[in-house]
Design a protein around this ligand. Structure first.
Ligand code: HEC
Ligand code: HEC
Length: 281
């Protein structure tokens, strides 16, 4: 089973599938620490600006995607220290399964689908009873940013600056999608009629495949025999992967499709959910 990204077990960069074992044994012989080689997917100095910085003249599309990455995991998005303790605003009396850094992530209280207790987090290990952010869609960014300094949101400017808060507020205001249109909430899978598979295939093969391979298995961020490929994650956690497609994975040198239409992003998700989920598929 694939679990939702905890970002606790993700400190290790993804493995380059076919080479890992070979490289590890060769390196063991040569006496070089394997980690130096496994770090293939850590971004280089030339990508620092793209991954953590901001353009001089930010487009609306860039701003929304950057805000979406803050919503996902702000410390990875912004290259800040990860909070060590549990968020004092997190309702531990309601949910004692979550603790530590994750309780500081927007998605942990409001959901990958932005619907909070009315969405996919209406039950299960992420339940808090907190409402979603969909009700704030369309409201002015400044108004939303002000909410993000209230007692429910004990973020200091050292954690997330005012300018960065405005980015995530812009994402809430203009960047949300109602996923009930293309995800089956009973099974948490992509609906069979979602998007256009041919369009999704075209986008995947010409964009995503550069890093993930044509079958989505060039990178594996699983642990041991617990593989996690694009297909694995898209079939088990489509709401999370829709966020990654739209905004990219925070802290990784990954592209995002924010400048393309919502329908295109749904199509890529639908195609990705048909890719192999395991090693032997
Ligand atoms: C520890 C849980 C928690 C985290 C983490 C959290 N929030 Fe909230 N948020 C709340 C609660 C509680 C409310 C108030 C809900 C209510 O009024 O019923 C709220 C309200 C909101 C609202 C207003 C919704 C509305 O309809 O008025 C927005 C927007 C919002 N949060 C965005 C964010 C963003 C963006 C982040 C991350 C930077 C974030 N939240 C992180 C708990 C959280
Ligand atoms: C320029 C390289 C690049 C491209 C292009 C790219 N990705 Fe990624 N992607 C990455 C890297 C790097 C990671 C981080 C892997 C890790 O966890 O270390 C990643 C992570 C992911 C993840 C896992 C996120 C998680 O929850 O851990 C998914 C899903 C994903 N990519 C899907 C896609 C899709 C779909 C596309 C096409 C729209 C795409 N990627 C395009 C580099 C890329």
């Amino acid at each position: 089973m694939i679990h939702e990204s905890s970002h606790l077990r993700r400190r290790r960069p993804a493995r380059l599938l076919p080479l890992t074992t070979v490289a590890a044994s060769l390196l063991a012989v040569a006496g070089v620490p394997a980690e130096e080689h496994v770090a293939t997917f850590e971004h280089g100095a030339h990508q620092q600006q793209f991954v953590h910085g901001a353009p001089q003249e930010p487009s609306l599309e860039w701003t929304i995607a950057a805000g979406g990455r803050i919503y996902d995991t702000w410390w990875d998005a912004l290259d800040r220290p990860k909070p060590e303790t549990t968020n004092p605003a997190y309702p531990t009396a309601v949910n004692d399964k979550q603790s530590g850094p994750n309780t500081w992530r927007c998605k942990e209280c409001h959901g990958w689908d932005y619907l909070g207790a009315e969405g996919l987090y209406s039950k299960g290990s992420h339940y808090t009873g907190i409402k979603g952010v969909m009700g704030a869609a369309g409201r002015p960014g400044e108004e939303i940013a002000a909410i993000l300094r209230d007692a429910n949101h004990p973020y200091t400017p050292e954690m997330i600056s005012d300018e960065e808060m405005l980015r995530v507020a812009t994402f809430i205001s203009l960047g949300l999608t109602d996923m009930r249109a293309f995800i089956d909430y009973e099974t948490r899978t992509v609906k069979p009629d979602a998007g256009d598979i041919d369009r999704g295939r075209a986008l995947f093969q010409t964009i995503c495949a550069a890093c993930h391979g044509f079958d989505g298995r060039a990178m594996d961020w699983g642990e041991g025999d617990d593989h996690a490929f694009v297909g694995t994650e898209a079939s088990a956690l489509p709401d999370e992967v829709y966020n990654k497609i739209s905004n990219a994975h925070p802290g990784a040198a990954m592209v995002n499709l924010r400048a393309l239409s919502e329908f295109d992003r749904i199509s890529v998700l639908a195609y990705a959910a048909r890719l192999p989920v395991g090693l032997d598929d």
